[in-house]
Design a protein around this ligand. Structure first.
Ligand code: NAP
Length: 259
């Protein structure tokens, strides 16, 4: 099936690993031109080496907590690809911790990582999308259902719901569709990091923590990053032309709230 992705110029942020990497890979498999990015030059180069046989791929190092880096990333991606049709915003993971553990600095860092980077990525991308485009923000199930000891995610990420709705209204008249996905538990390094943290807090093994997690998921398993990537691909494709301002869970049914 032709998804209308071929030849589209796509920026995927935080894409040397995990959900971002899987997304960049799926776009390349569908014939898109892709710019990947992350902080660490080595892991970025390693991702580039894994991807470049699939198609036209560029890389730009950027730390999403640094506003200038985010502005430069969007500009460089646009210049290298000769335009920008789709921006997929993924970010790094915030430090785990609860109210008594997290410091003011942690909150400032979380604000830059999870909110400011998204605002800048949306704003700058929209400037380059002269004849319409797609912006998809990958957030988290914590938008709908807080997770214990993930306070930065529970609190700061919630503002992305406001950003997605607001940007969809402001950019709709320019033909730019803005949507979000909310991954549930997804098999990446982040799950290892969180299961270690939870095992330490609860005095359990990591295996016990993982089986507790799986028990909460109606589909009975942790998701794969490709399963998140496929929903992002759909929202960027010619099959999706009348969805904007939406936030779609990709969580195996984990989120309990009805609305
Ligand atoms: N996995 C899950 O179960 C799950 C569920 C819900 C939400 N999420 C969220 O989804 C996002 C991606 O998670 P993941 O599971 O794919 O994580 P991951 O496998 O650990 O990958 C994280 C990626 O982000 C990059 N990164 C980290 N900090 C960055 C920064 N400051 N600036 C630019 N790039 C940065 C990393 O590369 P460098 O280290 O080279 O920068 C890496 O490419 C995170 O925000 C995570 O909290 C994950």
């Amino acid at each position: 099936m032709d998804l209308g992705i071929k030849g589209k110029r796509v920026l995927v942020t935080a894409s040397s690993k995990g959900i971002g990497f899987a997304t960049a890979k799926r776009f390349l498999e569908e014939g898109a031109i892709v710019t990947i990015s992350s902080r660490n030059q080595e892991s970025l180069a390693s991702a580039y080496n894994k991807l470049h046989s699939l198609g036209q791929v560029y890389m730009v190092p950027a730390d999403l907590t640094n506003s200038r880096d985010v502005e430069n990333l969007v500009k460089e991606a646009h210049n290298m690809m000769g335009g920008l049709d789709v921006t997929v915003y993924v970010t790094g993971s915030p430090k785990p911790g609860n109210l008594l553990e997290l410091t003011n600095d942690d909150w400032h860092q979380g604000f830059h990582l999870l909110l400011m980077s998204a605002v800048i990525a949306v704003r700058e991308s929209s400037k380059y999308m002269k004849s319409g485009g797609r912006i998809i923000l990958s957030t988290s199930m914590t938008l709908k259902q807080p997770i214990d000891n993930l306070d930065l995610s529970n609190v700061v990420r919630l503002s992305l719901a406001g950003l997605i709705r607001t940007a969809s209204r402001e950019l709709g008249p320019k033909g730019i569709l803005v949507n979000g996905v909310m991954p549930g538990w997804t098999l990446t390094e982040r799950v290892n990091q969180l299961s270690k943290d939870r095992a330490r807090r609860e005095g359990k093994t990591e295996e016990q923590v993982l089986s507790d997690i799986v028990r909460e998921v109606p589909l009975g398993r942790i998701g794969l990053p490709e399963e998140v990537a496929n929903v992002i691909l759909f929202l960027s494709s010619s099959l999706s032309t009348y969805v904007t301002g939406a936030l779609i869970p990709v969580d195996g049914g984990l989120i309990r709230s009805t609305l």
